[in-house]
Write a protein of this length. Structure first.
Length: 116
């Protein structure tokens, strides 16, 4: 029965060999060890730069469109406000003319009443 049991040293040795085998497999599959790794990385960097450029272009176009829309809204609002002020001025002028006409009519009526 003692023959089939492994000693502590055997178990440690087996664990060390397994660890070394895992390290060897990891080193073998290391992407930096491949010859085309640098080319792939450069291609990825170029693709990322192009993607960032497209995103920046879209953002610039979007902000330009938003600025144009804001300018259009501001122009429309200014035109609406000018029209409103013009209408208010016309109303005020009409009211003032009506008041003056009423005042003149009262004055003429008083003058006519005195002149009798």
């Amino acid at each position: 029965m003692r023959d089939r049991e492994t000693s502590l040293a055997d178990r440690l040795s087996t664990a060390a060999k397994a660890t070394q085998a895992r390290l060897d497999r990891a080193r073998a599959s290391d992407p930096t060890a491949r010859a085309d790794f640098a080319q792939q990385q450069e291609a990825r960097r170029i693709a990322a730069a192009a993607r960032d450029a497209r995103i920046a272009e879209r953002k610039a176009a979007k902000s330009a469109a938003e600025a144009a829309a804001a300018a259009e809204r501001a122009t429309a609002k200014a035109a609406q406000q000018a029209a409103h002020e013009a209408a208010a001025t016309a109303r005020n002028a009409t009211l003032e003319a009506e008041r003056k006409a009423a005042r003149d009519a009262r004055y003429a009526a008083r003058k006519a009443a005195r002149g009798r």
